[in-house]
Design a protein around this ligand. Structure first.
Ligand SMILES: [Zn+2]
Length: 396
């Protein structure tokens, strides 16, 4: 038994060495401890926001319909962005103490500061854009369409979200990372052949310089339709052999071919619609403003309500996470199966997953209830077991 009270379980044999397992336990424990502290501090901050900050901010300054929609949006967005400040301390600690200690940090302090400034600026810009659009629609439509204005507002919001999804990889991601097409060579030939075989018309496969900030590895899929692209971390290419990378790509293509992205968009559509229905109810609910000790003149603009809603929706959405995670895990199993069928074996994906766990010091034995509530991905052994059950009678 090591000092963390966990021996060397037989499942870990072959996945990690005894020393790696010890580090994995320590890393998991350190991450969990930091999250606990962060959670408790954020609860305290939430209470302070509710009791002190909101009444102060929305009483002492010009507000409501006294401000033009864009000005009300700036006012609300600045408030929301400044509430992120306490998180910066945890971020800094996570990057330069915790990740550093376990050898994952590759970022410099200057790069971290620049990232945060850029992030805050872009966040502010997007928030101002969204809030001013919604506030403007509210003020222009609410009188003539008291029962349906929120549907029109939601549809505009949804379209704006789609536009942001499209421009994100093309215009915003490059502000933080360098994306380069995968260079010519055997790997590219194999991956392009795989893409063709599995029915994915790849425009290009991009490599992102994740190694600039961290040695954690990953691969993901962004955009949709004509704008889809597959992004591989340079760290992934470094840490895996070609069979493993091919299996990871086959998994990502699986998400695309099985329609997981449109399915998620449909869910986002209906949950967004429900959110706007709640907003439409709250915007005329004086009890909410009275309860928050916010003067009723604020009801002339939608901006304050959007701020309150985005602050309070979190604790409710949290309880929905098992449902979201249930579907996400189901999609992961399906994409794994697709990858195994495409490659004719589940062996390479299995070994790629093992490699990811080892390199990222991921804890492979989460408690089933914890996993059920919090994890968007099944655990390594669940995925391996499912891969073993794939039947190869029908080829994709
Ligand atoms: Zn996946």
């Amino acid at each position: 038994m090591n000092k963390l009270g966990m021996g060397f379980p037989s499942e870990i044999d072959g996945l990690m060495s005894k020393a790696e397992w010890g580090e994995c336990l320590e890393y998991t424990k350190a991450k969990t401890k930091l999250s606990r502290v962060e959670e408790w501090i954020s609860y305290l901050i939430f209470v302070a926001i509710l009791l002190v900050l909101i009444p102060w901010y929305y009483t002492g300054w010009p507000h409501g319909s006294n401000l033009a929609p864009w000005a009300a949006a700036c006012f609300g967005s600045i408030f929301l962005i400044s509430l992120q400040i306490p998180e910066l301390f945890f971020d800094w600690f996570r990057q330069f103490e915790l990740e550093e200690k376990f050898g994952f940090n590759k970022s410099t302090k200057i790069l971290w500061v620049i990232d945060k400034i850029k992030g805050a600026f872009i966040g502010l810009l997007i928030l101002v854009l969204i809030i001013s659009l919604l506030d403007w629609l509210y003020r222009s439509l609410q009188q003539s369409f008291p029962f349906t204005w929120w549907i029109m507002a939601f549809l505009s919001f949804f379209v704006l979200q789609l536009v942001l999804m499209i421009i994100w990889p093309k215009f915003i991601l490059p502000l933080f990372n360098k994306l380069t097409p995968l260079e010519d060579g055997e790997l590219k030939v194999r991956l392009m052949r795989l893409a063709e075989k599995s029915g994915f018309q790849a425009q290009s496969i991009e490599v992102v310089d994740g190694s600039k900030r961290s040695s954690h590895s990953n691969a993901y899929f962004t955009g949709f339709g004509k704008f889809r692209r597959i992004v591989l971390y340079d760290t992934l290419i470094e840490q895996m052999n070609m069979d493993q990378i091919e299996a990871v790509l086959a998994h990502e293509i699986g998400h695309y071919r099985l329609g997981h992205i449109p399915k998620r968009l449909v869910v986002a559509f209906f949950s967004g619609l429900a959110g706007f229905w709640i907003i439409s109810y709250l915007c005329s609910s004086e009890w909410l403003y009275d309860g928050l000790k916010v003067p009723l003149e604020n009801m002339g603009s939608l901006s304050p309500l959007i701020v309150f809603f985005s602050l309070f929706a979190g604790p409710f959405v949290f309880w929905m996470s098992p449902v979201n995670n249930y579907f996400s895990r189901k999609h992961e199993f399906q994409a794994d199966e697709f990858a195994a069928l495409t490659m004719g074996t589940g062996k390479h994906l299995g070994s790629a997953l093992r490699q990811l766990y080892r390199e990222n010091k991921n804890f492979p034995l989460p408690h089933p209830w914890f996993s059920f509530f919090h994890h968007s991905h099944p655990s390594l052994f669940e995925r391996e077991n499912a891969l073993k059950k794939v039947t190869f009678s029908s080829q994709v």
